[in-house]
Design a protein around this ligand. Structure first.
Ligand code: SER
Length: 886
């Protein structure tokens, strides 16, 4: 059975049994700071299990993209050696939210495997949680085997949790016996044995509790079922493949790689690297397709690490050219049908991977070079091949752990590679020292991270039973509310209300500021953030006290919020304008909407030209001046996405989404074709684009491979920006006494004259013979201390050389002022150097007298300074020094 058919068969089996088919969400979890990546099929349903979110269905089935590279579920280190572990994988799952429970769940999974797919039942072995008699009984009935044959396992194996907190419960797994005998010694090993005989195929989790940060388990109001089946493994079983890497999901990737390495077959020794490259190429492709960009922090850093791991593994296979884009292109080819986002972003994926891989190869070069300098400093010139021995060392040398850590941390140089280069050169690594440096860094990370995290965890625990805050800020800037919680924070106070007009930071828009006023006190709110379902208002107590249970008035600082709204609506206009000018691939990669400016990151590989920038500004301004209506519609998310609205990958969209459209008049429904921009957005916006008032792009720059950033200002901020510029122009116009429009011409002319001045001065230099004729002769040597105004340091030196070659013996000090710099050269003929004079030392002292510095070789040296008033003193000093020495 082809993998594409396996997906279809699974979904249609559950659809026929009343399940709603739910499309995969992106790998980047929406609005869930406790999780870096979606690591299981149940993640999109987390709040449904917890009873915090309602859906229109109680049964669902999905094929969900998952990534297990961090936190509680991390398979990164298994990849390579293992036949069936992956970082990126697809999980087949069916879910019940307070609908069916153990009986039906287990029966479905048994029927699907044995009847629908026709797997031999004798090869399938159920396990249950040790205390779960009910499931053991059900399995006995389903399999026709005695209850005692059902294997019971402890919480390590059969109690599943998504992370340290959240929904969890006992689970029951179906294990597949691939070989009938132990792969190590041929015995009948137990199904917990770690040989490749047993594969876990399907996991049925009975979601029963919500785990708090302190470990307490609170029973869920409605227990549910969360099942997950590893898609790649199932395909391997159905396709009779020895590993999931030998299914149609991986073979084309491995084959392309083999074509590149030229291996006629893949040996056992090289197989792990093949698998790792294929696995990581999938992870990288899917992450970029979901909008992630390689970076140095957070999720982007994980992407960078996976990509580098792939690239490095290929180096182990002997590939020394960029190759990864080719493998990623194959991923797009074979997975693009099931995941159209791959096709949409195909170009961007290969561009980004190519750019990032090249950077990494540079890093590798830099790292190897650094290592080499340490191993054999004199090999500075020839860059060695990565693995080629550069030196044969008689006695083994040891690289300090700290140095290895610096390579690893600062240069991103893989530690395995450090070991290899060292080994090839007869060196070794101070492993303990490296471990210690690594541990120290982790410690620093924990400390930096710990404080905020602890507070959030405590606050999460305190707010877990509170109802979700109802946001009133789309309609109003002030509201009556009840205080549900007040808690002292290190630097102030944090409050949770039942309803709030304050926008909580999200979707790039900063949280509101304002005041919470009660009968006996007032809180000045500086920021608002979301924690679970509640809004946390942070600030300081401005007067008196505010108590829990009290009624208060919550007032948003209106002028600040309005400024933020102008920037948010302008961000939507900018996003659209960029795509009009640069093309549809210039999609949003991140944004910040603050009151004083907006920042927008988007996918584009090169700087915008001046013309492009002007055109983007013109389009945005046109929308402002035409005063378009900004309308908001709440509609089913699927419908919104189907209508072509733009969505951000790391935002949380429930079943219903807000759609913000900038349209041509009031009556328009989105989809009518006269809409300028339409985005899924939870932020707050102007009613009409005219409120934005004005728009200027103030900066553009690169923020990583293939991503650019522009910053812009609107409204009063835009007026301030324009005024500040106007003041500068007025001042220049006044100083140079020309009208503003003539300034560029005037400044160019001045610049030209300044450039010509040293040349003119050089042309006016005296004849060296004349200078010698005038010079003092002391003990048979010329002593020349002279001032040549207006020439630059180079000319000075050339003139000094001319003097030196004319005189048999001379001590020369020449000075000049050019471009506000004082330059001095000191030159000695060789006979004086042999007598013990030293130009460098003389220059040092002259530099000091100049209030600057100096130094150089025994025969030629320079000194410099900035303070023209010290010139005479410095020349006097030079005369004195030479007088004493010659
Ligand atoms: N959440 C469970 C798992 O990931 C079952 O879907 O194994």
């Amino acid at each position: 059975m082809k993998s594409a058919d396996v997906r279809k068969t699974f979904l249609s089996y559950f659809e026929q049994r009343g399940h709603t088919i739910v499309p995969s969400v992106p790998l980047i979890p929406a609005g869930d700071p406790t999780l870096l990546f979606v690591n299981a099929g149940m993640v999109p349903f987390k709040d449904v299990f917890l009873g915090k979110e309602k859906r229109s269905y109680t049964r669902a089935a999905s094929v969900q993209k998952c990534l297990r590279v961090s936190g509680k579920h991390n398979d990164l280190d298994e990849v390579g050696p293992s036949s069936h572990h992956h970082t990126f994988f697809e999980m087949l799952g069916n879910f019940s939210f307070g609908d069916y429970f153990k009986e039906d769940a287990l029966a479905y999974s048994w029927e699907f495997l044995t009847k629908t797919l026709g797997l031999p039942s004798e090869k399938l072995h159920p396990t249950v949680f040790e205390e779960d008699d009910e499931s053991a009984q059900i399995w006995s009935r389903l399999t026709g085997r005695p209850v005692s044959s059902v294997v019971r396992l402890g919480p390590e194996d059969n109690f599943w949790a998504m992370g340290d907190t959240g929904p969890c419960g006992p689970n029951s797994e179906i294990i597949y016996d691939r070989t009938g005998a132990c792969l190590v010694d041929g015995s009948n090993c137990p199904l917990t044995h770690d040989c490749d005989r047993w594969w876990e195929l399907w996991n049925n989790v009975f979601m029963t509790y919500d785990r708090a940060p302190d470990g307490t388990l609170t029973p869920l109001a409605q227990p549910g079922v969360d099942t997950g089946m590893g898609f790649e493994r199932l395909c391997a079983v159905l396709q009779g493949a020895a590993s999931s890497y030998e299914t149609d999901l991986f073979v084309p990737l491995i084959e392309r790689l083999r074509a590149l390495t030229g291996d006629s077959e893949i040996t056992d020794e090289r197989r792990p690297a093949y698998r790792a490259v294929a696995d990581h190429a999938r992870a990288v492709t899917f992450l970029i397709a979901d909008g992630l960009v390689p970076s140095n922090e957070g999720r982007g850093y994980v992407l960078r690490r996976i990509l580098r791991r792939a690239s490095y593994q290929a180096r182990l296979l002997g590939l020394d050219k960029p190759f990864l884009p080719q493998i990623c292109a194959v991923v797009v080819e074979i997975m693009g049908e099931a995941y159209p986002e791959l096709r949409e972003r195909a170009q961007q994926i290969t561009d980004m991977v190519a750019d990032e891989e090249e950077r990494f190869l540079d890093t590798l070069d830099a790292g190897v070079e650094r290592l080499n300098i340490i191993i054999r400093p004199e090999t500075l010139v020839n860059r060695p091949q990565i693995f080629a021995p550069t030196v044969t060392q008689a006695a083994p040398k040891v690289l300090p752990g700290e140095e290895a850590f610096r390579l690893y941390d600062t240069y991103g140089f893989p530690i395995d590679l450090t070991r290899k280069v060292l080994e090839a050169n007869g060196w070794s690594l101070d492993e303990a020292g490296f471990e210690q440096a690594l541990e120290e860094q982790r410690e620093r990370g924990r400390e930096a991270h710990g404080e905020g995290k602890e507070r959030d965890e405590a606050l999460l625990a305190a707010t877990r039973d509170l109802p979700a805050t109802r946001f009133l800020g789309y309609e109003t800037m002030a509201a009556e509310a009840s205080v549900l919680l007040v808690s002292a924070a290190d630097d102030g106070v944090e409050a949770v209300l039942d309803v709030s007009p304050f926008y909580a930071e999200g979707g790039g828009q900063v949280g509101d500021s304002g005041r919470i006023v009660g009968a006996n006190g007032e809180i000045e709110v500086a920021s608002v953030r979301r924690l679970g379902g509640v809004f946390v208002h942070s600030g300081r107590v401005a007067r008196g006290t505010i108590a829990e249970g009290e009624s208060v008035r919550a007032e948003v600082d209106e002028s600040t919020r309005r400024a933020t709204m102008r920037n948010h609506t302008a961000t939507h206009l900018l996003h659209k304008a960029l795509r009009v000018v640069l093309g549809p691939q210039a999609k949003q990669a991140g944004s910040l909407v603050a009151p004083d400016h907006l920042r927008f990151d988007f996918v584009h590989g090169k700087p915008l030209t001046d013309d492009e920038l002007r055109e983007v500004e013109r389009i945005v301004r046109e929308q402002i001046v035409l005063d378009r209506h900004v309308r908001t519609d709440v509609m089913p998310t699927q419908e919104a996405l189907g209508s072509g609205a733009d969505a951000m990958f790391d935002e949380k969209y429930g079943e219903e989404a807000r759609v913000v459209s900038v349209a041509n008049g009031d009556a328009l429904r989105p989809g009518s074709g006269q809409v300028f921009s339409r985005e899924l957005c939870g932020g707050t916006h102007c009613h009409d684009t005219g409120e934005i008032g004005a728009f200027f792009i103030v900066e553009q720059r690169s923020v990583g491979a293939g991503v650019r950033r522009v910053e812009a200002v609107t409204g009063f901020g835009a007026f301030e920006y324009a005024d500040a510029r106007r003041r500068v122009v007025d001042e220049l116009s006044h100083t140079y006494n020309v009208p503003p429009q003539e300034l560029p011409e005037r400044l160019r002319a001045l610049q030209e004259r300044a450039r010509e001045a040293p040349k003119a001065a050089a042309a006016a230099l005296p004849d060296p013979s004349e200078v010698l004729a005038r010079a003092e002769l002391r003990n048979g040597s010329y002593v020349i201390v002279d001032w040549l105004d207006g020439v630059d340091a180079n000319t000075l030196r050339q003139f000094g050389d001319a003097l030196r070659s004319k005189a048999k013996s001379a001590a020369i000090v020449l000075g000049s002022a050019a471009d506000e710099n004082l330059n001095v050269v000191v030159m000695l003929t060789s006979d004086l150097v042999e007598k013990g004079m030293h130009a460098g030392k003389l220059a040092q002292q002259i530099g000091k007298a100049l209030g600057g510095g100096g130094g150089g070789r025994p025969d030629v040296a320079t000194a410099g300074g900035k303070d023209a008033s010290r010139l005479d003193a410095a020349l006097a000093k030079a005369r004195e020094l030479l007088g004493a020495a010659v």
